[in-house]
Write a protein that binds this ligand. Structure first.
Ligand code: AMP
Length: 150
């Protein structure tokens, strides 16, 4: 499905990866009135979207330029890459920043050691391992040290 003219004029959030996290994000952003386009290479992945999801879905590999062009990435205000592969997320995030000058780019990162690569490119990261460690430490009452766990 091609983005609508409304989406073009108001900007939108582009999400790469309609897995558990991507679908949840797409649902919450769409429910809060944001324009959303979500890309996944597996068309079956869109089943995770809620019936109230009002955004656009596109099947394709988010690392391919023609897929990003079809999604009109250049008009996105935010790009969020949450596929299950760090390399894919790095590539999508770099393309969004470097080729399309997207203001806000966020990527999921399984390996916290790769974080410096993202930081170099001005990409914000979400690292489940680091977030989980912080939450578990909190439950255990471990005092915060300020050190990142890798
Ligand atoms: P999850 O691990 O549940 O967050 O799911 C990750 C999602 O990313 C799956 O639905 C994959 O099909 C999707 N995915 C993985 N690689 C790509 C890619 N290159 N382009 C688009 N979607 C992808």
């Amino acid at each position: 499905m091609k983005p609508s003219s409304n989406q073009k004029s108001h900007g939108f959030t582009l999400i790469a990866g309609c897995g558990r996290l991507g679908a949840n994000l797409a649902n919450t952003l769409s429910d809060s009135g944001e324009n959303v386009t979500i890309i996944d290479k597996n068309p079956g992945a869109f089943r995770k979207l809620s019936p109230s999801y009002g955004g656009i879905v596109m099947t394709g590999d988010a690392t391919e330029m023609n897929v990003l062009h079809n999604a009109e990435i250049e008009k996105a205000t935010t790009v969020i890459s949450v596929t299950n592969k760090d390399n894919t997320n790095i590539m999508v995030a770099q393309l969004a920043k470097e080729m399309f000058s997207i203001g806000q780019v966020i990527a999921r990162l399984y390996d916290p050691e790769c974080e410096c690569v993202y930081r170099e490119f001005g990409i914000d990261t979400i690292c489940p391992a680091v977030l989980s460690t912080k939450e578990i430490d909190k439950l255990l009452g471990v005092p915060e040290t300020g050190a990142e766990t890798t």
